[in-house]
Design a protein around this ligand. Sequence first.
Ligand SMILES: [Fe+2]
Length: 362
Amino acid sequence: MIFRQLNPHACRTYLVGARGSSGIVLIDPVLEHVAEYLELLDRDQLRLSQVIDTHTHADHISGGAALSDQTGCEYLMHTSAPSQCVTSRLTDGFEFKIGSIPIKVMDTPGHSKDSISLIFPDRILTGDVLFLDDGGAGRDDLPGGDPGEHWDSLQRILGLPDHFVVYPAHDYRDRQPSSLGEQKKYNPHLKAQTKSEYVEYVDELMLGPADWMKDVVQANYACARDPNAAWIPLDVAACEVKGTLDQGVNGQQVEEISAEELKRRLDGDRAPVLLDVRESKELHGEWGHLLGIEHLPIGALSGHLPDLERHKDKQIVTICRTGGRSHTAAQILMQAGFDQVYSLGGGMRAWKRAGYPIDYKW
Ligand SMILES: [Fe+2]
């Protein structure tokens, strides 16, 4: 089998072919590299028979439409993909061959509705449903994303043999493809024991996609052939769950305080500013909220830092449901120069369990 990854950067494009057969397939080609792909095909006298996108991409414009125009190859995506220039639609369980190499399509929604994985005899191309090692998996807050469906898809992938090697559509830190067995040991997205545990884990990591990603999705829906159809920043790990945060945010060391310590500070002379970073509907939901909070959802925080300047000389305690989003919010504030920032460990759950006052009106 001929199997090569073609791109120098984070987006992975795989060239697959069978020895002795000139027809090859490109999987997840990137529009800005199309001229290089065509040059390579010409040089190695290969004929492009098919292009496959594992899903509608949000961080780059697909080369599928341009390659189909220029070579006459088929362009394949899942049957639910909104792109109109796709020439054939794939469904779960569909089997086909590249030369003598059998490939099976597996529906693996979660990162997007139209996500598929491609199963080879000894490997799986997972798209953005499963990345490598601490890269985890693709974000679920893009259009059509769904953490519950993502969990179901991961369970299907985990049903494959442990020796299958995982080839994702992205890798942002030069990780090497490794087996499913290795991923079971090291990938944080494969640690949850139940669907509800996984959904809770992912919910706590969701920030909402950057606006430019929504523009890229639209460009792919419209089969863009112009690499400038959407603006795309360089070197951003955009499809990872926290990949659109400014560089340096993840390295900030946050001090957590307990519910008891927060109560003590609130009863003292200089009560801290309480910044709740959950979504509005959560403030009057099961866990309620503390009295006197300021509210700014985590996805909007980076864009509203100037509004918080007036609190720069005060203590700020960030709050969410269980302490995940508040930890990220504290990191964003620290990166922006706020130096008295704390995150409520265990979030509203810990506060409620301690029996302290909660308000449900919002
Ligand atoms: Fe993606």
